[in-house]
Design a protein around this ligand. Sequence first.
Ligand code: GUN
Length: 281
Amino acid sequence: MPAMIMDGRAVAGRIKEEAAARAQRLAGAGIIPHLAVVLVGEDPASQVYVRNKENACRKAGIRSTVIRLPEDCGQDALVRTICELNADEGVHGILVQLPLPEDMDEQAILRLIDPDKDVDGFHPMNVGRLASGQSGFVPCTPLGVMRMLEAYDIAVEGKHAVVIGRSHIVGKPMAMLLLNESATVTVCHSKTKNLAEITRQADILVAAVGRAGFVTADMVKPGAVVVDVGINRVDGVLTGDVTPEAAQKAGYLTPVPGGVGQMTIAMLLHNTLDAAQRRGK
Ligand code: GUN
């Protein structure tokens, strides 16, 4: 039997509706939630992501401001921008779109963002909070994956979850979230030996590799939950990290497009509203 396709659009749609209702309640209390997005340079993919974020904010009644800096602006200009946004009482969330130009120190920049405005959850303070099981901002994509599993009543406790990828944006926080929910977690990466042997043991398999078709059907245990975080462009077509044939093996599968990508933006709205709400207290 082919896999149940997990509908990210539908689940994210419900979260976006909740977000709009929350934004309206905050507005009623005199707080207009406000997200500032900083985009350095002209990377085409980043421009699309930022536009999508702006549109989602507008629809939810969240104010968004995009600060565009030229590719060659230099790190000092970016530092000044972040300091201004940190000091601005009217800005609740700050997001610096990644990747940054190569001459910039990404970690130094992320460390500068006020942890209470860090809606991406990339500041070491929030990374530490997640690692130690304390509440804080959690990166949007892995948080979206957890919400997707929840929406389909997929229990995590005691399951073997295998995460392929160890990025700061997805793989590591994903592993932490699954571990915090009492899964047994294995993290695989480019140096992992006998990868397929490990992935075939996964009850929940999260693919966050960034290579189209990397996860083939023979790597999937029959009936497994397969979460495809990949966003790859092949001849202009959006494709995930998982081959379509895997749908014949998996029990559940997130599609690309229409899966996890939709959840990422919904969780950004959620985090921005959390930031605005905390500030209002
Ligand atoms: N670039 C790709 N994904 C992300 C993300 O989740 N946040 C930011 N800031 N940049 C990204």
